[in-house]
Design a protein around this ligand. Sequence first.
Ligand code: BT5
Length: 260
Amino acid sequence: MKLVLSTEAVTENLDTRLIGQRVLCYSSLPSTNELAKGEARRGTVAGTVIIAEEQTAGKGRLKRAWLSPRGSLSLSVILYPGLEYLPSLIMVASLAVARAIEAVTGLKAQIKWPNDVLINGKKVCGILVESEVRGETVGYAVVGIGVNVNLRVSDFPELSLVATSLSQELGRAVSRLGLVKRLLVEMERLYLTLLDGGSIYEEWRASLVTLGKEVLVTSGGAEYSGIAESVARDGSLLVRRPDGSLSQIVAGDVTLRHQI
Ligand code: BT5
């Protein structure tokens, strides 16, 4: 199953009206998010999707690197949401990935707050939302998603303890085309639910593996621990500290470590 993804294949019979109406596929890019931001600044159509077979400088949060060799799925979706929807994009993306993985592979996927999708406690997907906001106006939002689909994690020693891939969990290769199409359909369903005034919070909350767990939060160089008690509707995490106080932590600039 070494087929490369093409615009024609991804858009053929794609059951969406917004996300994936324009799809650009590349053999190799430094980062799909970087290209997407350039496209977004030029005002490309909402729902445009950038896909790369491999990234040579894939980005995680806080300037961390994201490994995306051939066999993985790296894509970015360009959106122009209202400011009120911006915090929900991480929910849209993580839920869409979890649902798509479950639908295509039958594996159970869980979300680790704020931006990881796990299978059997190991990271199979990372999400990076980047946006440009001026005052009350969102210039653009780029939702970057990286999924380990067909790769042997043991080939990457720095990842082998923390990461997994769909092929590794299943013991066989997975159709990246099937996965990406389902992912775009799920993203659209969730995004349009938001725009129509509906809520995806309950569905997202129910998929979180983090709640009730002891967590160690790193935020701006400071570290503190507590129990992840709840999540607020804006996506922030509520941590009960040992002294009984409750801290509200906004996603984005924090790292979360916990045992699962
Ligand atoms: C993330 O950051 O998890 C966000 C990753 C987003 C990647 C997508 S791919 C398409 C788009 N274009 C980009 O350039 N980026 C986005 P963070 O939570 O900071 O996690 C980064 C950490 O995950 C690294 O420090 C490694 O420990 C680990 N990591 C790196 N590559 C990995 C992989 N392939 N699988 C699992 N873990 C990985």
